[in-house]
Design a protein around this ligand. Sequence first.
Ligand code: PMP
Length: 431
Amino acid sequence: GPSRAEVIALRKQYVSPGVITYYKEPLMIVEGKMQYVWDETGRRYLDAFAGIVTVSVGHCHPKVLEKVQAQSGKLQHTTTIYLNPVLGQFAEKLASKMPDGLTRSYFTNSGSEANEVAILSAREHTGNTDVIALRNAYHGGTSTTMGLTAHGTWKFKSNQTLGIHHTHAGYCYRCPYGLEYPSCDLKCARDIEEVIRYQTPGEVACFIGEPIQGVGGAVTPPKEYFQIIYEIVRKYGGLCYADEVQGGFGRTGEHYWSHQHWGVKPDGITMAKGIGNGIPLGAFTTTEEISKVMNNRIHFNTFGGNPVSMTQGLATLEVIDEEGIQENARVVGGHMKDSLLALQEKHPIIGEVRGLGLMLGVELVRDRKTKEPANTEAAAVMERMKDRGVLLGKGGLYGNTLRIKPPMCITKDDSDYLTAMLDEVFTELQK
Ligand code: PMP
């Protein structure tokens, strides 16, 4: 293949400058196996960001690979205007993992497209336009989903989306009111009623929220937060959706879906990333009743439901079941969180450790009292962790939250290596 220098030169000349890379010296990755990836020099890295939370059961997992290679050799593409053997099987498997009543799936290639279909369905079903999302959210890069995405830096002035509003996330560490849980009485959640009354005609199409925010930096709300939100949204006629693009498929450990931690029952779930273990695949699954909005409608997705993605998705969900992947996420994730909390005792730069299972965030601050975001420090930690063979992610409103979301086959030893290296790096940075 081309050398690293050639790859950089070609990208500089021919690739949109919107395609950005992490790290001062961008990393080139040429191979992946389970929780590890290799660069072109043969150096191995623990991939604790999993291609942005996408490689769920492991890079090139042998069981998944065998099935998808066989399918690729037989038939790569037809559209859904013909029957293909795997589409129904995968939809059935997905329904078997869903909360009761969510049985009907629409397949896409990405999370953005899944969210588009979800919003369209809510608007058609309710006859309302207004949609409410959370501050700090990320829901995609298409026109509507850019509207849902809350970070100002992700928005383009020219892309104006109609009827989209934002309400407070359950982000206690930076409570917008400076209150304390639980004496706050969940004011951040109750605020959605004000948003509905002042910014909509008093009726909404839907609410969409990540049960634990991903790009937003593993923001984990108090347990009643979503119950309050769902109740208010339903009072005004809206559907409630959970965006499980990052948090689904057992990643949060205790439950298969991250919304289940909060005791709510969504009207629809959107998925992507981990569901395909690295192949483009997304889905929106909803109730029989809501799915009827698509009756006799022409809404088409050329690659949605293609046999290669369906095969990969089915094999991935089977491996999650067969190999105890969810349980591993619970055990290793819990172990890792304990280790991170121990680091917090030692390093004042760690403002908060949060998240569940293998969806963890470490928010860095310059001062625990003022909570001044340590964003350049977070970037320095990422660099130094890379030098020690560990790839991390970064996010949050201020770019000061380290995001740890490895393939769910990671071991306790990997976790111990990661936290030992973090310990070293924090010590170094303090000097
Ligand atoms: N929802 C969430 C929660 C996401 O994290 C992302 C991607 N980061 C998306 C939706 C959009 O997914 P995609 O990039 O596959 O369109």
